[in-house]
Design a binder for this molecule. Sequence first.
Ligand SMILES: Nc1nc2c(ncn2[C@@H]2O[C@H](COP(=O)(O)OP(=O)(O)OP(=O)(O)O)[C@@H](O)[C@H]2O)c(=O)[nH]1
Length: 392
Amino acid sequence: MNDPTPAAAARASRPAPPPIPLTIVTGFLGAGKTTLLNRLLAAPELADTLVLINEFGEIGLDHLFIEKIDGDMVLMSSGCVCCTIRGDLVNMLEDLLRRLDNGRIRPFKRVVLETTGLADPAPILHAIMYHPYLTMRYRLDGVVALIDAVNGTATLDAHEEAVRQAAVADRLVITKSDLPEGAAQLAALKERLARLNPGARQLDAAKGEATPEALLNCGLYDPETKTPRVKEWLNAEAVEAAQEEAHRHDHDHHGHAHHHHDANRHDAHIRAFCFSSDAALTPASFDIFIDLLRHTQGPRMLRVKGIVALADDPARPVAIHGVQHVFHPPHRLEAWPDGDRRTRIVFIVKDLDEAFVHGLYGALVNQPAPDRPDAQALADNPLAPAPGGLLG
Ligand SMILES: Nc1nc2c(ncn2[C@@H]2O[C@H](COP(=O)(O)OP(=O)(O)OP(=O)(O)O)[C@@H](O)[C@H]2O)c(=O)[nH]1
């Protein structure tokens, strides 16, 4: 229906605003996405950038680690953007446009979406590329996939999501080649990535090659430039989206809308949990906690990140980052990033039981599990060291 008011007429006569470039930053768990974003957001080219961060698991911590943000930031947690909250991503992108048009948020010139490390990028690309309104207002500027040189080869062997992330990318950013373990695998990794995605430029983050100029303005995302497998994935998404639409239509028709949710898209063994505690560890117990987790559970811990209160300086927590068996040196923060002063650690694990972590932490802060004495909790705990190990 035509709206005859002068305001509507003025709106209608305004030229359509240029589409807003949208960059997707993906890469497996712990590959270095937040680290790269922090560096990029400090650059003048990224002024007025709106950052969307999607986290896997109930409690997101990434926003605490983003140091400098010129634009706004929206955290989407409790689900992975590629599956459970795919509809939410579309709604959010539409909602941001409404707010922008109504002047209810600070204008932004660019959007960067950081996916979860477990995201399959195909449904995200599909949602953005084939949505009639979003394609008018956003210009998919490119997909940047990060690959960690230390864990990259093993991750590509074990996780199809990582293969897909690398295969759909316009830019492949290799991180951690500065670490000896990463440098040793670099040549083979680069060769593998070139086979997987011959059209994508490879950039070495440690050599300073992942600059805004190299990563932004990749041009409109074009699946035609990708290998045939990528096109297959995107087509599969088109079929699934059509099925979802039909399914939704059926349900709406019968008066009960139903949100389709493919919970099995990720490996059923992978899950996320957030551990929190009011009790502070001593620095020595903290070292033991990390060593025990690393040595006994390394391969099961896909990603560990958190902020930990230490008894020697509880006002300055320690940030920890673990990626499989590799724990990056923890660093002291100058202050707590928000009002919550509890130790909070997010674990993304494969076949690791949350109760083990609680038991170990409890034992180290002298808070044994209620049904077991302290030593017993440690001895029963699969995290407990083997005889002759650190505590053995
Ligand atoms: N040595 C080295 N460390 C790096 C590099 N890039 C990232 N890191 C470290 O790797 C760890 C994980 O980095 P993040 O940026 O949090 O990784 P992420 O991909 O955002 O992690 P998730 O959001 O959990 O998937 C941190 O300790 C970083 O300091 C690099 O190029 N070299």
